[in-house]
Write a protein that binds this ligand. Structure first.
Ligand SMILES: Cc1ncc(COP(=O)(O)O)c(C=O)c1O
Length: 374
């Protein structure tokens, strides 16, 4: 099959012979369901990579987020604080629980939720703060945990994009009460579709596992259900791929960071035409995406078109939640200047694990020629 019209894609999965062997081994074993030992091993090893005691694998990053909130008993008349600058799944996971997403602007230094704006949004109904580690850069978790501690709230870290990132030398996903990851095909490691919730809290892990598979009855009453559970299991086949991919996770994070270093070297010479991605002095950005800002929307759109014509795929940033047709009516009076600026001017450049130095050179040459000609 054709892999698409773009010669240099934003990100495509790297699938190796080792991956194929591990998946074949799983298929031959017959352990393909969600109760497979491959799932347990993947949970144990990925949680360990994150610096957490427990992992609960799911069939997507979105279901991991929803499961995390359900595990924390978030429901009707509750509120969950999230950044408006996020992928839609963060808000949707809240909506699935019947709680309300309360949105907050980003800080311009890291593009993540601005901790200084969170306290004003806390009400009697708030249960959880759910920051995201945007494009691989960790949120300012100490500040967020401090607010949560003072207000008696729980924290779910949406680390869907940040495998292997670090906050003050601690891995992303391990910093809140629960961390959630996605293993969608364009992520730093992939299971095709898939996700995982990680935690150090045994009670939360046990409850999440129970809710993940329909909250089956205990004590011999298997088909008797006391709570609303979900069909969110990851299959053994996906976990086998995950286990094999996990062997290369450090290599992949190094590749993403090398991509960023090379891009920064090239694009840093463009005299401020391109604003480079953030990396706070307390952060290790996993650079899931190499993302830059242009001076305005027109420049951003023109550059994307210029690159597309030359076989280079790019992506705009997210539309913030307050601009989404499904959500915007609830937030009409509010202003989110940083999120709007990011959404207007941001572009993700090719960022995959397998991107070569030559390809990065080509992308940067074309960016340079755009500025030379416009
Ligand atoms: C921040 C964030 N949260 C959640 C998700 C949802 O993950 P999935 O696509 O695996 O459901 C994504 C997906 O990319 C994401 O970027």
């Amino acid at each position: 099959m054709e892999s698409g019209i773009h010669k240099i894609p934003v990100a495509s999965p790297q699938l190796t012979e080792a991956d194929i062997s591990m998946v074949s081994e799983c298929l031959r074993s017959g352990w393909v369901s969600g109760t497979s030992p491959y799932v347990e091993e993947f949970e144990r090893k990925f949680a360990e990579f994150c610096g957490c005691k427990y992992g609960v694998a799911t069939n997507s990053g979105t279901s991991a987020l929803h499961l995390a909130l359900a595990t924390l008993k978030v429901g009707l008349r509750n509120e969950v604080i999230i950044p408006t600058f996020t992928m839609i799944a963060t808000a949707n996971a809240v909506t699935y629980t019947n709680a309300k997403p309360i949105i907050v602007d980003s800080e311009s230094q890291t593009w993540n939720i601005d901790p200084a704006l969170i306290s004003k949004k806390v009400t009697q109904r708030t249960r959880v703060i759910m920051p995201i580690d945007t494009y691989g850069h960790p949120a300012d978790m100490d500040s967020i945990m401090e607010i949560a501690g003072k207000q008696g709230l729980r924290v779910v870290e949406d680390a869907a994009e940040a495998h292997g990132g670090e906050y003050k030398s601690r891995r992303t996903g391990s910093l809140g009460d629960i961390g959630c990851f996605s293993f969608y095909a364009n992520k730093i490691i992939t299971t095709g579709e898939g996700g995982m919730l990680v935690t150090n809290d045994e009670e939360l892990a046990v409850r999440a596992k129970w809710l993940r598979a329909h909250a089956f009855g205990r004590g011999g009453r298997h088909f008797y259900h006391e709570e609303l559970g979900f069909g969110y299991r990851m299959s053994g086949v996906q976990a086998a791929l995950g286990l094999s991919q996990l062997e290369r996770i450090e290599i992949n994070v190094r590749a993403r960071r090398r991509n960023a270093r090379l891009y920064n070297e090239h694009l840093g010479k463009l005299g401020g035409e391109v604003i480079l991605p953030p990396e706070a002095n307390w952060a290790k950005n996993a650079y899931w995406m190499y993302s830059v800002l242009l001076k305005n929307r027109r420049r951003r759109n023109e550059l994307m078109e210029w690159l597309a014509k030359r076989g280079i795929e790019t992506r705009t940033f997210f539309y913030p939640i307050h601009r989404q047709p499904f959500y915007k009516a609830g937030y009409r009076q509010l202003r989110f200047p940083v999120a709007d600026m990011l959404s207007r001017t941001g572009v993700n450049l090719p960022s995959g694990n397998g991107l070569s130095e030559e390809e990065i050179g080509t992308v940067c040459d074309e960016i340079r020629s755009y500025f030379h000609n416009n």
